[in-house]
Design a protein around this ligand. Structure first.
Ligand SMILES: Cc1cc2nc3c(=O)[nH]c(=O)nc-3n(C[C@H](O)[C@H](O)[C@H](O)COP(=O)(O)OP(=O)(O)OC[C@H]3O[C@@H](n4cnc5c(N)ncnc54)[C@H](O)[C@@H]3O)c2cc1C
Length: 414
């Protein structure tokens, strides 16, 4: 694969940009691979990439029932932060955040990482105590965050209303190296790098069954025929329960729709990400000028990747208290994705009852930020059978009662 560079752009300009090669190949499936990853979202693609890059395993296929990044990876609001409370989470999310810092160079693909800073507003005394506690925990974990005053919040985000009618802003948890990245570029960049290593990224390939023999996976049944493998990774976010069912085990997961919306583009007015978890809305501004807005999950389990009016009403009503200027914005479009939520709001990166089958899921409303770290750790787990980064996130924690409670960091946030 030819490298992207300023020189390549200039050379292509001479031929009206008609000479670019396809970013990734679309091969026919082989009969067998060393490893199959089900799901070409960010986590599946990153897993395949680090299997090849860190462990030399390149005879790998990534099977996707729809199109690349068409699940939650291309539907999220792109917030990246690592200000979690528990040590295993901070290690995982900070590994991911630090990999994001140089991911464009690593993949030779501009993922537009923008460490513009993230504020999580404290709007009740309970939140003040929770975020102060998180800031102390982060200091011990080596994650740079600080609890800031209302005046500093206003300085960082002048359009904010500190004296909301219900909940005044009492401070905030500030992570200056948090931010955003272009979500589909993350999927495209990993896919291009996987393809470059000779891996097969196979779109429109729906996995409809998992075949096992003597407690081991033999292969998968797909809409494009049977494919055998030595190792299987299931990385399908909101469809994890369904795929686990095919493999014969159950997961402590709920699938639920999470929605987002964007406004018409306006001039730059906000250069940080702000999350208001008490009123339950968050907002950032895209490079195009649209205000990117999200809120909570739907209050009922479902598999619809659609928006709905109740969500617009609830989320925009919440945000108008914090950002009165929102009341004058026209909304452009709205969508939804199916997220997979666990009881302790932490992910599952685990072995399964089938010897050579592994599962990566449960990222809920906040897995975009974790993609590089999750791929790094899960690839190690698949290649070696153990990964220090994933050790605490096994399925056994639900039977042993070792929950990783992230309800403050991830219960309502993204
Ligand atoms: C509206 C919204 C806002 C969000 N905001 C944020 C945010 O700001 N920050 C953040 O960190 N996270 C956010 N998230 C969460 C984040 O998007 C997800 O945690 C993350 O993208 C999950 O990635 P994934 O690769 O596991 O799943 P996905 O990207 O969903 O990929 C799974 C893939 O598996 C495929 N698949 C499913 N079943 C099969 C099958 N049978 N055969 C083959 N393929 C199959 C799907 O088609 C899909 O492409 C948000 C999510 C949503 C929906």
């Amino acid at each position: 694969m030819k490298r992207y560079s300023a020189f390549a752009v200039a050379r292509q300009a001479l031929s009206h940009h008609m000479g670019w090669e396809r970013a990734w190949a679309s091969p026919e499936p082989k009969k067998k691979y060393d490893a199959i990853i089900i799901g070409a979202g960010g986590h599946g693609l990153a897993t395949a990439y680090y299997l090849g890059k860190n462990h030399g395993l390149k005879n790998v296929a990534i099977l996707e029932k729809g199109w690349l990044g068409g699940g939650n990876t291309g539907r999220n609001t792109t917030i990246i932060r690592s200000n979690y409370l528990q040590d295993p989470s901070a290690a995982m999310y900070e590994k991911a955040r630090s990999l994001y810092e140089t991911l464009s160079q690593d993949l030779n693909y501009n993922i537009m990482f923008s460490p513009r800073g993230v504020i999580m507003l404290a709007q009740t005394q309970h939140e003040v105590r929770g975020y102060e506690r998180t800031a102390h925990a982060n200091a011990l974990q080596g994650v740079k965050t600080e609890f800031i005053s209302p005046a500093r919040v206003k300085e960082l985000c002048p359009i904010i209303n500190l004296d909301g009618p219900r909940y005044p802003v009492l401070g905030g948890l500030w992570q200056s190296r948090g931010g955003t990245a272009r979500h589909d570029a993350v999927a495209w960049g990993y896919a291009r790098a996987c393809s470059d290593m000779g891996m097969h990224v196979i779109q429109k390939c729906d996995v409809t069954g998992i075949r096992s023999e003597n407690g081991k996976v033999a292969g998968v049944t797909t809409s494009r025929g049977d494919i055998d493998c030595d190792k299987l990774g299931i990385v399908v976010a909101g469809h994890s329960g369904h795929l686990a069912g095919m493999a014969g085990f159950r997961l402590p997961i709920e699938s639920v729709a999470l929605q987002a919306l964007v406004s018409e583009p306006i001039k730059p007015c906000m250069d940080v990400v702000v999350m208001a978890n008490t009123v339950h809305g968050y907002m950032s501004q895209s490079d195009k000028g649209e205000m990117v807005i999200g809120g909570g999950t739907d209050g009922y389990n479902n598999y619809t990747q659609r928006g709905s009016f109740h969500h617009i009403e609830e989320t925009v009503r919440a945000l108008i208290e914090t950002f009165p200027m929102v009341s004058r914005l026209k909304m452009l479009r709205q969508w939804g994705g199916i997220v997979d939520v666990t009881g302790d709001r932490s992910p599952i990166l685990s072995k399964t009852p089938l010897e050579n089958c592994f599962i990566n899921c449960g990222w809920g409303t906040g897995g975009f930020k974790a993609i590089p770290g999750s791929g790094w750790g899960f690839a190690e787990l698949m290649a070696k059978g153990y990964s220090p980064l994933c050790a605490e996130f096994g399925l056994d924690r639900f039977t042993e009662g070792r929950f990783i409670d992230e309800s403050v960091a991830a219960g309502v946030a993204h």
